[in-house]
Design a protein around this ligand. Structure first.
Ligand SMILES: *Cc1c(COP(=O)(O)O)cnc(C)c1O
Length: 367
C-alpha cells in the first residue's frame, strides 16, 4: 500500500476557524481526518482522508469494554518562512507500533502512516496556526472495533489521525510548577502497560491527579509500583534532575514511557558535553541532594510543554523549593534550543525536523 492509494474526499463545507491567538488545548479540530481499517485475514485496508465527522460504532466494540487502544501525540509547526515542520515523527510511528505490540494490536506500516499524516496536514494546511507559540497538535490513535464481549484481541480495528490547532503552552513565559510526590497511588508497574501509550494508564492516573490539584499542586510525581521509592515520571511527562552539575533521568525500566522529548534532551546534553546519565533514582536521593544544596534544577519533558520546570516538590509533609522556585538556566536553554529547532530558528544538528511539502494540486481529487 502506498501514499497514492490514500483516497481523498474533501469536505463540501469548511468550518469556521477559531481565533489562533486564543486557542485552548485539544478543543478545536480541523476539516479532515485520516481513517484506515483492519480486518483479520485482510490486514490494513482502505486508507482515506475524509471530512472530520462523528463515527458510527457498534456499542459492543471491544475498545469500549476492555480498552484495547493506543495513541500518539506530536506537533507540526509553522516557520517564519511559511514552511510546516514535524519533529522526529518517525519516532512516534515506531512507538505506536511498540504500543501496538504490547496491546496485541496489529502492526501498522510506519511509512504509510507517516505519508498519511503528511497528506492530511497538506489538506488542512491552513489550520496550522501562525501565532507565536502555537502549533498543530496531531493525534494518531487505534481502536478495537470488533463487536464482541469476550476478552480477546479484536479482529477489527480502526486507525485514525485527527488534528487540533493548539495555543502556546506558556502564555506568560515559562513558569515552574508545584509537584506532589504520590505515595499511595501508582501509575504503572514493571510488566504492566506503563511503557505503552494506552488509554487505561491515563484513566488510572486521574484520581491521584485530582487529589493533588485539590491541594494546590499541578501534577503528581509517580514513584515505582513495587517499593514506592524510585522516581518514574511526573504527570504524563518524563522527569530530569540536575544535581551538582550532572543531569540524571530515570532509566527506562519497562514501566516508564519512552518520551521523544526525553530522548532529544539526552542527545542535546551529550552534544553540549554536559554529563547526563539514565539510572535508578530514589526520592530519598533527591531529598538528600537538596539538603546538601546540590539539587540545582528539576523539570518534566513532553511534547505538549516541551520543558516544564519544577519549582517545588512536596513529600511526606516536607516542601522542598528548587532553584528558589524559578526556572533554571539549563531548563531555559533546553527549552529555547528544542523549540528553536522545532520552529526552524535554531540549527538542527541531528536532522530532526521533517518538512511537510506544499500540496501538489494534481494529487488531490475530490471523490
Ligand atoms: C507521551 C508521554 C510522555 C512524553 O512523551 P513525548 O514523546 O516526549 O511527548 C511521557 N510520559 C507519558 C506517560 C506519556 O504518555
Amino acid at each position: 500500500m502506498t501514499e497514492q492509494q490514500i483516497e481523498i474526499q474533501l469536505t463540501a463545507e469548511k468550518k469556521q476557524k477559531p481565533a489562533f491567538d486564543s486557542l485552548e488545548f485539544g478543543k478545536n479540530f480541523t476539516d479532515h481526518m485520516f481513517i484506515m481499517d483492519y480486518t483479520k485475514g485482510q490486514g490494513w485496508h482502505d486508507p482515506r482522508i475524509v471530512p472530520y465527522q462523528p463515527l458510527t460504532i457498534d456499542p459492543a466494540s471491544m475498545v469500549f469494554h476492555y480498552g484495547q487502544t493506543v495513541f500518539e501525540g506530536l506537533k507540526a509547526y509553522l516557520t517564519k518562512e511559511g514552511e510546516v515542520l514535524l519533529f522526529r515523527p518517525q519516532k512516534n510511528m515506531e512507538r505506536l507500533n511498540r504500543s501496538n505490540e504490547r496491546l496485541c494490536i496489529p502492526q501498522i506500516d510506519e511509512e504509510l502512516a507517516l505519508s498519511a499524516l503528511k497528506r492530511l496536514i497538506q489538506v488542512d494546511r491552513d489550520w496550522v496556526p501562525n501565532v507565536e507559540g502555537t502549533s498543530l497538535y496531531i493525534r494518531p490513535f487505534i481502536i478495537a472495533t470488533e463487536p464482541y464481549l469476550g476478552v480477546a484481541p479484536s479482529k477489527r480495528y480502526q486507525f485514525m489521525i485527527i488534528l487540533s490547532p493548539v495555543g502556546a503552552y506558556y502564555k506568560e513565559g515559562i513558569n515552574p510548577v508545584k509537584i506532589a510526590v504520590e505515595s499511595e497511588y501508582v501509575r504503572a508497574a514493571i510488566g504492566g502497560t506503563g511503557d505503552a501509550k494506552t488509554a487505561g494508564n491515563y484513566a488510572g492516573s486521574l484520581k491521584a491527579q485530582e487529589l493533588a490539584e485539590a491541594d494546590g499542586y499541578s501534577q503528581v510525581l509517580w514513584l515505582d509500583g513495587k517499593e514506592h521509592r524510585y522516581i518514574e515520571e511526573v504527570g504524563s511527562m518524563n522527569i530530569f534532575f540536575k544535581i551538582n552539575g550532572e543531569v540524571v533521568t530515570p532509566v527506562l525500566n519497562g514501566s516508564i514511557l519512552q518520551g521523544v522529548t526525553r530522548d532529544s534532551i539526552i542527545h542535546l546534553l551529550k552534544h553540549w558535553e554536559i554529563p547526563v546519565s539514565e539510572k535508578k533514582i530514589s526520592i530519598d536521593e533527591i531529598y538528600e541532594a537538596h539538603k546538601q544544596g546540590l539539587l540545582e534544577e528539576a523539570f518534566g519533558t513532553g511534547t505538549a510543554a516541551v520543558i516544564s520546570p519544577i519549582g517545588e516538590l512536596f513529600w511526606k509533609d516536607e516542601k522542598l523549593s528548587i532553584n528558589g522556585g524559578k526556572t533554571g538556566e539549563l531548563s531555559k536553554k533546553l527549552y529555547d534550543t528544542l523549540t528553536g529547532i522545532q520552529l526552524g530558528t535554531v540549527e538542527d544538528p541531528f536532522g530532526w525536523t521533517v518538512k511537510v511539502k506544499e500540496e501538489n494540486p494534481h494529487l488531490v481529487k475530490n471523490s
